[in-house]
Write a protein that binds this ligand. Structure first.
Ligand SMILES: NC(=O)c1ccc[n+]([C@@H]2O[C@H](COP(=O)([O-])OP(=O)(O)OC[C@H]3O[C@@H](n4cnc5c(N)ncnc54)[C@H](O)[C@@H]3O)[C@@H](O)[C@H]2O)c1
Length: 346
């Protein structure tokens, strides 16, 4: 199989590429603009593998996309490229509208134009990777299912919701063969340290404050990134066209519980003079902060036989260990050298 993966230099995209190359003989074309969040250092383990290819392309560039589709002749697309950080979407929504909505539209059109040239159109797949945040916020009870109405609350989730609707419309209007997945919060190795878990680990190791929004009561459903990768590949291979699959770890935790658990693991692995919990600092809450996300993933479990391998305890410990053992990756991200080197090459 030949597969285009967009956003493959990001956190989940790079995990997905490593997963597919390690498990299959699929040939991959990674299409990534290399924004601040795209880091080719995360793909060092596969970069010399003949199954791996890379093209630096903005998904808003329809001409460049069309060219790569014609040259590479993919059997499927897995679309992960996006602006992905809620706080950045509040500070500056424009890039989110551009990449997540216009970019998804441009990619859909490039893929559809290519698909129309295929003799056997029935085997092609366009898989759109989205978030549970499109469903809005839950109260104390209930779970998001695939039929929960969309109620996005942040510029990020609104832009992802819009992209989901475009993908759905391309299926219904053009019979374009799509699949959509909506996943809960991911964590694991190679996550950019602006997101909660790596931020807390790295701040703790440097003795810096551990910032928690509000009272730390917001709840997220956490999934280890390699389990997300296996779910995405399962949906690509077995999902029913036009269907949506929710993916979650079924590990609901308050932000305070996540940070406290990280502090306890660090106390054990890297003892410090004072417990790391003493660094916790409560900061002004994010505007419009959704209270609770929780996923019902029975559909993918029952229909496609997918199960996550990691518990929250095993996944979180692995993650902390990875950050401890990969200080070089972290320092290159934190001091921006991975980006400076790239700019030097342009
Ligand atoms: N991180 C999560 O917890 C989570 C959960 C559910 C769904 N998702 C979705 O999964 C996908 C990947 O998330 P992530 O956490 O890996 O994001 P990320 O920010 O780590 O990576 C995004 C990647 O997309 C690339 N990119 C951005 N704009 C681009 C453009 N215009 N053209 C080409 N490439 C571009 C970046 O360079 C980067 O490599 C996103 O679509 C996100 O909405 C993420």
């Amino acid at each position: 199989m030949k597969l285009i993966i967009t956003g493959g230099a990001g956190f989940i995209g790079s995990a997905l590429i490593r997963y597919i190359i390690n498990k299959t003989d699929t040939t991959i074309m990674n299409i990534d603009k290399l924004t601040y969040a795209g880091n080719l250092d995360s793909l060092i383990s596969v970069v010399d593998n003949p199954q791996y290819n890379f093209a630096q392309i903005d998904i808003c560039d329809g001409v460049a996309l069309q060219k790569i589709f014609t040259e590479f002749q993919p059997d499927a697309v897995m679309h992960l490229a996006a602006e992905s950080h809620v706080d950045r979407s509040i500070d500056g929504p424009a890039e989110f509208i551009n990449t997540n909505i216009v970019g998804t539209y441009t990619l859909l059109e490039a893929a559809r134009n290519y698909w129309q040239t295929l003799t056997d159109k029935s085997q092609f797949r366009f898989q759109h990777i989205s978030t549970d945040e499109v469903y809005g916020s839950l109260g104390a009870e209930g779970l998001f299912t695939e039929t929960t109405p969309y109620q996005p609350n942040s510029p990020y989730s609104a832009s992802k919701a819009a992209s989901d609707h475009l993908v759905r419309a391309w299926f219904h209007t053009f019979k374009f063969p799509v699949l959509t997945t909506n996943c809960s919060n991911n964590y694991g190795p190679y996550q950019f340290p602006e997101k909660l878990i790596p931020l807390i680990i790295l701040n703790a190791l440097e003795g810096k404050p551990l910032p928690i929004y509000g009272k730390g009561e917001n709840i997220r459903d956490w999934l280890y990134v390699d389990d997300h990768a296996s779910a995405l590949y399962t949906v690509l291979k077995q999902g029913k066209l036009g269907e949506v699959y929710n993916i979650g770890g079924n590990y609901e935790k308050t932000n305070l519980e996540v940070v406290t658990t990280l502090c306890e693991i660090l106390d054990e692995l890297v003892p410090s003079t004072a417990p790391y919990k003493s660094l916790i600092t409560y900061v002004t809450d994010r505007p419009g902060h959704d209270l609770r996300y929780a996923i019902d993933s029975n559909k993918i479990k029952n229909e496609l036989n997918w199960q996550p391998q990691e518990t929250f305890a095993t996944g979180l410990r692995k993650t902390v260990q990875w950050y401890l053992e990969n200080n070089d990756w972290c320092q290159r991200v934190l001091d921006g050298s991975y980006q400076r080197e790239r700019l030097g090459k342009l």
